[in-house]
Design a protein around this ligand. Sequence first.
Ligand code: ZN
Length: 302
Amino acid sequence: MKLKNAFAVFASFFAIGLASAQDLGPQIRKLEDGVYVYVGKNFNSNCGIVLTQDGVVLIDSGHNPTDSRAVLAAVRKLTPLPVRFLIDTEPHPDHTTGHFVFSPPATIVAAEGAGDSMRSRERGDPERIQKLAATSPEMRAALEGYRFVTPQIEYHQKMTLKVGERTFELIYLKGVHSESDTAVWLPKERVLFSAAGIVVGQINNLRPIVSIPDILAAARLMKSLNPLHVVPGHGTPGTVKIFEDSEKYYALLLERVGRLAKEGKSLDQIKKEVRMPEYENWAAQERFPTNVEAAYRAVKGG
Ligand SMILES: [Zn+2]
Protein backbone atom coordinates (compact mmCIF):
# COMPACT_ATOMS: atom_id res chain seq x y z
CA MET A 1 0.00 0.00 0.00
CA LYS A 2 2.74 2.37 1.03
CA LEU A 3 4.69 1.61 -2.10
CA LYS A 4 1.61 2.16 -4.25
CA ASN A 5 1.04 5.60 -2.68
CA ALA A 6 4.62 6.55 -3.19
CA PHE A 7 4.33 5.56 -6.83
CA ALA A 8 1.13 7.58 -7.26
CA VAL A 9 2.82 10.68 -5.83
CA PHE A 10 5.84 10.08 -8.08
CA ALA A 11 3.65 9.58 -11.17
CA SER A 12 1.52 12.67 -10.54
CA PHE A 13 4.65 14.74 -10.02
CA PHE A 14 5.63 14.03 -13.60
CA ALA A 15 2.09 14.24 -14.96
CA ILE A 16 1.71 17.87 -13.86
CA GLY A 17 5.06 18.89 -15.25
CA LEU A 18 8.24 20.03 -13.64
CA ALA A 19 6.78 22.64 -11.31
CA SER A 20 3.56 23.19 -9.40
CA ALA A 21 1.65 26.46 -9.80
CA GLN A 22 2.84 27.90 -6.49
CA ASP A 23 6.49 27.37 -7.45
CA LEU A 24 5.85 29.67 -10.38
CA GLY A 25 5.31 32.75 -8.24
CA PRO A 26 2.23 34.69 -7.15
CA GLN A 27 1.50 36.16 -10.59
CA ILE A 28 0.99 32.81 -12.33
CA ARG A 29 -2.46 31.29 -12.33
CA LYS A 30 -3.30 27.84 -13.70
CA LEU A 31 -6.57 27.70 -15.70
CA GLU A 32 -6.47 24.17 -17.10
CA ASP A 33 -3.77 21.50 -17.48
CA GLY A 34 -0.94 23.17 -19.34
CA VAL A 35 -2.75 26.52 -19.63
CA TYR A 36 -1.45 29.32 -17.43
CA VAL A 37 -1.74 33.09 -17.17
CA TYR A 38 0.87 35.49 -15.89
CA VAL A 39 -1.46 38.13 -14.43
CA GLY A 40 -0.11 41.70 -14.67
CA LYS A 41 -0.08 43.71 -11.44
CA ASN A 42 -2.23 46.89 -11.23
CA PHE A 43 -3.94 46.35 -14.59
CA ASN A 44 -0.66 45.67 -16.36
CA SER A 45 -1.12 43.39 -19.34
CA ASN A 46 -1.59 39.63 -18.97
CA CYS A 47 0.44 36.94 -20.72
CA GLY A 48 -0.89 33.48 -21.58
CA ILE A 49 1.39 30.44 -21.36
CA VAL A 50 0.14 27.32 -23.15
CA LEU A 51 2.17 24.10 -23.10
CA THR A 52 1.88 21.60 -25.94
CA GLN A 53 3.68 18.36 -26.86
CA ASP A 54 5.54 20.35 -29.52
CA GLY A 55 6.52 23.39 -27.49
CA VAL A 56 5.10 26.48 -25.87
CA VAL A 57 2.69 29.07 -27.26
CA LEU A 58 2.53 32.47 -25.58
CA ILE A 59 -0.28 34.97 -25.89
CA ASP A 60 1.39 38.41 -25.63
CA SER A 61 4.85 38.91 -24.15
CA GLY A 62 4.22 40.72 -20.85
CA HIS A 63 3.75 44.37 -19.92
CA ASN A 64 7.42 45.24 -19.58
CA PRO A 65 10.62 43.31 -20.33
CA THR A 66 10.89 42.56 -16.57
CA ASP A 67 7.58 40.68 -16.94
CA SER A 68 8.82 38.96 -20.12
CA ARG A 69 11.90 37.70 -18.21
CA ALA A 70 9.62 36.43 -15.39
CA VAL A 71 7.43 34.66 -17.96
CA LEU A 72 10.48 33.03 -19.53
CA ALA A 73 11.68 31.89 -16.08
CA ALA A 74 8.25 30.31 -15.43
CA VAL A 75 8.31 28.59 -18.84
CA ARG A 76 11.75 27.16 -18.03
CA LYS A 77 10.34 25.64 -14.82
CA LEU A 78 7.38 24.12 -16.67
CA THR A 79 9.03 22.53 -19.70
CA PRO A 80 12.35 22.03 -21.46
CA LEU A 81 10.60 22.64 -24.81
CA PRO A 82 11.12 25.92 -26.70
CA VAL A 83 8.62 28.76 -27.14
CA ARG A 84 7.45 28.05 -30.71
CA PHE A 85 4.83 30.77 -31.23
CA LEU A 86 3.90 34.09 -29.68
CA ILE A 87 0.45 35.44 -30.60
CA ASP A 88 -0.12 39.19 -30.21
CA THR A 89 -3.56 40.25 -29.04
CA GLU A 90 -2.56 43.83 -30.00
CA PRO A 91 0.49 45.80 -31.21
CA HIS A 92 0.84 48.31 -28.32
CA PRO A 93 4.18 48.37 -26.43
CA ASP A 94 2.66 47.03 -23.19
CA HIS A 95 2.08 43.74 -25.05
CA THR A 96 4.99 43.65 -27.49
CA THR A 97 8.16 45.30 -26.12
CA GLY A 98 9.29 41.92 -24.74
CA HIS A 99 9.19 40.18 -28.14
CA PHE A 100 12.99 40.16 -28.25
CA VAL A 101 13.09 37.92 -25.16
CA PHE A 102 11.29 35.13 -27.08
CA SER A 103 11.95 35.63 -30.80
CA PRO A 104 13.97 33.86 -32.07
CA PRO A 105 13.14 31.03 -31.68
CA ALA A 106 9.45 32.00 -31.37
CA THR A 107 7.51 32.97 -34.50
CA ILE A 108 5.29 35.96 -33.77
CA VAL A 109 1.76 35.96 -35.21
CA ALA A 110 -0.60 38.96 -35.28
CA ALA A 111 -3.54 40.38 -37.17
CA GLU A 112 -2.86 42.34 -40.35
CA GLY A 113 -1.52 45.84 -39.67
CA ALA A 114 0.28 45.01 -36.41
CA GLY A 115 3.79 45.61 -37.79
CA ASP A 116 2.81 48.96 -39.32
CA SER A 117 1.22 50.05 -36.06
CA MET A 118 4.34 49.06 -34.08
CA ARG A 119 6.68 50.82 -36.54
CA SER A 120 4.76 54.09 -36.50
CA ARG A 121 4.76 54.19 -32.69
CA GLU A 122 8.46 53.36 -32.58
CA ARG A 123 9.20 56.24 -34.98
CA GLY A 124 7.00 58.55 -32.88
CA ASP A 125 9.06 57.94 -29.72
CA PRO A 126 12.65 57.02 -30.62
CA GLU A 127 13.83 57.47 -27.00
CA ARG A 128 11.24 55.05 -25.62
CA ILE A 129 13.63 52.21 -24.75
CA GLN A 130 16.21 54.52 -23.21
CA LYS A 131 13.51 56.09 -21.02
CA LEU A 132 12.20 52.67 -20.03
CA ALA A 133 15.73 51.50 -19.09
CA ALA A 134 16.13 54.56 -16.86
CA THR A 135 13.09 53.61 -14.74
CA SER A 136 15.00 51.04 -12.61
CA PRO A 137 18.16 48.92 -12.56
CA GLU A 138 15.95 45.82 -12.97
CA MET A 139 14.38 47.29 -16.12
CA ARG A 140 17.81 48.15 -17.53
CA ALA A 141 18.97 44.58 -16.91
CA ALA A 142 15.80 43.12 -18.45
CA LEU A 143 16.32 45.26 -21.57
CA GLU A 144 19.77 43.83 -22.19
CA GLY A 145 19.96 42.66 -25.82
CA TYR A 146 16.85 44.65 -26.79
CA ARG A 147 15.84 44.56 -30.44
CA PHE A 148 12.68 45.91 -32.04
CA VAL A 149 10.88 42.76 -33.24
CA THR A 150 7.67 42.86 -35.29
CA PRO A 151 5.43 39.87 -36.14
CA GLN A 152 6.80 37.52 -38.79
CA ILE A 153 3.28 36.38 -39.72
CA GLU A 154 0.25 38.63 -40.14
CA TYR A 155 -3.07 36.92 -40.83
CA HIS A 156 -6.20 38.32 -42.47
CA GLN A 157 -9.51 38.03 -40.53
CA LYS A 158 -9.04 34.48 -39.17
CA MET A 159 -6.33 31.93 -38.67
CA THR A 160 -6.15 28.45 -37.17
CA LEU A 161 -2.85 27.44 -35.63
CA LYS A 162 -2.28 23.81 -34.66
CA VAL A 163 0.61 23.14 -32.34
CA GLY A 164 1.03 19.66 -30.88
CA GLU A 165 -2.31 18.44 -29.53
CA ARG A 166 -3.79 21.95 -29.29
CA THR A 167 -5.73 24.23 -31.61
CA PHE A 168 -5.61 28.03 -31.45
CA GLU A 169 -8.25 29.98 -33.35
CA LEU A 170 -7.18 33.56 -33.98
CA ILE A 171 -10.10 35.92 -34.56
CA TYR A 172 -9.59 39.50 -35.75
CA LEU A 173 -11.67 41.99 -33.74
CA LYS A 174 -12.44 45.16 -35.70
CA GLY A 175 -12.57 48.59 -34.09
CA VAL A 176 -12.30 47.50 -30.44
CA HIS A 177 -8.98 48.94 -29.24
CA SER A 178 -6.08 49.20 -31.71
CA GLU A 179 -5.43 48.77 -35.45
CA SER A 180 -4.97 45.05 -35.00
CA ASP A 181 -6.72 43.20 -32.16
CA THR A 182 -6.91 39.40 -31.90
CA ALA A 183 -8.96 37.13 -29.67
CA VAL A 184 -7.36 33.71 -29.18
CA TRP A 185 -9.77 30.82 -28.66
CA LEU A 186 -8.78 27.33 -27.50
CA PRO A 187 -11.96 25.37 -28.38
CA LYS A 188 -11.05 22.09 -26.65
CA GLU A 189 -9.98 23.75 -23.42
CA ARG A 190 -12.69 26.47 -23.74
CA VAL A 191 -10.20 29.17 -22.80
CA LEU A 192 -10.55 32.57 -24.48
CA PHE A 193 -7.92 35.28 -24.52
CA SER A 194 -10.21 38.23 -25.25
CA ALA A 195 -7.68 41.07 -25.92
CA ALA A 196 -7.98 44.66 -24.66
CA GLY A 197 -11.26 45.83 -26.22
CA ILE A 198 -13.00 44.86 -23.00
CA VAL A 199 -11.24 45.32 -19.68
CA VAL A 200 -12.15 44.57 -16.07
CA GLY A 201 -12.82 47.02 -13.27
CA GLN A 202 -11.59 50.05 -15.16
CA ILE A 203 -12.62 52.57 -17.79
CA ASN A 204 -11.03 51.69 -21.14
CA ASN A 205 -9.26 54.17 -23.40
CA LEU A 206 -11.46 54.47 -26.48
CA ARG A 207 -9.34 55.92 -29.27
CA PRO A 208 -10.94 57.67 -32.27
CA ILE A 209 -10.65 54.43 -34.30
CA VAL A 210 -12.71 52.55 -31.69
CA SER A 211 -16.46 52.10 -32.00
CA ILE A 212 -18.80 51.09 -29.16
CA PRO A 213 -21.08 49.11 -31.54
CA ASP A 214 -17.95 47.18 -32.64
CA ILE A 215 -17.01 46.52 -28.99
CA LEU A 216 -20.54 45.23 -28.31
CA ALA A 217 -20.44 43.05 -31.45
CA ALA A 218 -17.11 41.60 -30.31
CA ALA A 219 -18.54 40.92 -26.84
CA ARG A 220 -21.50 39.07 -28.40
CA LEU A 221 -19.23 37.05 -30.70
CA MET A 222 -16.89 36.07 -27.85
CA LYS A 223 -19.78 35.17 -25.54
CA SER A 224 -21.25 32.94 -28.26
CA LEU A 225 -18.10 30.80 -28.11
CA ASN A 226 -19.24 29.80 -24.61
CA PRO A 227 -15.83 30.00 -22.93
CA LEU A 228 -15.16 28.58 -19.47
CA HIS A 229 -12.30 31.02 -18.84
CA VAL A 230 -11.97 34.54 -20.18
CA VAL A 231 -8.55 36.17 -20.00
CA PRO A 232 -8.77 39.88 -20.84
CA GLY A 233 -5.75 41.82 -22.08
CA HIS A 234 -5.71 43.64 -18.76
CA GLY A 235 -7.35 42.74 -15.44
CA THR A 236 -8.21 39.63 -13.48
CA PRO A 237 -9.16 36.58 -15.57
CA GLY A 238 -12.77 35.46 -15.09
CA THR A 239 -15.81 34.29 -17.03
CA VAL A 240 -18.26 35.72 -19.60
CA LYS A 241 -19.44 38.03 -16.79
CA ILE A 242 -16.55 40.24 -17.95
CA PHE A 243 -18.45 40.80 -21.22
CA GLU A 244 -21.80 41.24 -19.50
CA ASP A 245 -20.41 43.92 -17.16
CA SER A 246 -19.10 45.88 -20.14
CA GLU A 247 -22.35 45.44 -22.08
CA LYS A 248 -24.25 46.95 -19.13
CA TYR A 249 -21.82 49.84 -18.81
CA TYR A 250 -21.96 50.75 -22.51
CA ALA A 251 -25.77 50.35 -22.69
CA LEU A 252 -26.15 52.85 -19.84
CA LEU A 253 -23.57 55.22 -21.33
CA LEU A 254 -25.27 55.15 -24.77
CA GLU A 255 -28.65 55.76 -23.16
CA ARG A 256 -27.45 58.78 -21.17
CA VAL A 257 -25.40 60.34 -23.95
CA GLY A 258 -28.23 59.62 -26.41
CA ARG A 259 -30.77 61.41 -24.24
CA LEU A 260 -28.61 64.54 -23.95
CA ALA A 261 -27.85 64.50 -27.69
CA LYS A 262 -31.59 64.31 -28.41
CA GLU A 263 -32.07 67.40 -26.26
CA GLY A 264 -29.76 69.12 -28.74
CA LYS A 265 -26.73 69.35 -26.45
CA SER A 266 -23.28 69.63 -28.01
CA LEU A 267 -20.52 67.11 -27.34
CA ASP A 268 -18.78 69.63 -25.06
CA GLN A 269 -21.97 70.17 -23.06
CA ILE A 270 -22.58 66.43 -22.80
CA LYS A 271 -19.01 65.88 -21.60
CA LYS A 272 -19.66 68.32 -18.76
CA GLU A 273 -23.06 66.92 -17.83
CA VAL A 274 -23.03 63.15 -18.22
CA ARG A 275 -22.32 61.14 -15.06
CA MET A 276 -21.94 57.41 -14.42
CA PRO A 277 -21.99 57.22 -10.58
CA GLU A 278 -22.56 53.44 -10.77
CA TYR A 279 -19.02 53.08 -12.10
CA GLU A 280 -17.13 55.66 -10.05
CA ASN A 281 -15.18 52.84 -8.33
CA TRP A 282 -13.71 51.72 -11.67
CA ALA A 283 -10.08 52.70 -12.20
CA ALA A 284 -8.76 55.07 -14.91
CA GLN A 285 -11.60 57.63 -14.65
CA GLU A 286 -9.40 60.09 -16.59
CA ARG A 287 -10.27 58.05 -19.70
CA PHE A 288 -14.00 58.72 -19.30
CA PRO A 289 -14.08 61.65 -21.79
CA THR A 290 -12.90 59.28 -24.55
CA ASN A 291 -15.89 57.07 -23.69
CA VAL A 292 -18.29 60.00 -23.99
CA GLU A 293 -16.78 60.90 -27.38
CA ALA A 294 -17.20 57.31 -28.60
CA ALA A 295 -20.79 57.17 -27.30
CA TYR A 296 -21.53 60.48 -29.05
CA ARG A 297 -20.14 59.09 -32.33
CA ALA A 298 -22.34 56.01 -31.89
CA VAL A 299 -25.59 57.85 -31.14
CA LYS A 300 -24.93 60.30 -34.00
CA GLY A 301 -24.41 57.29 -36.28
CA GLY A 302 -20.76 58.21 -36.96
ZN1 ZN B 1 -3.36 48.61 -25.97
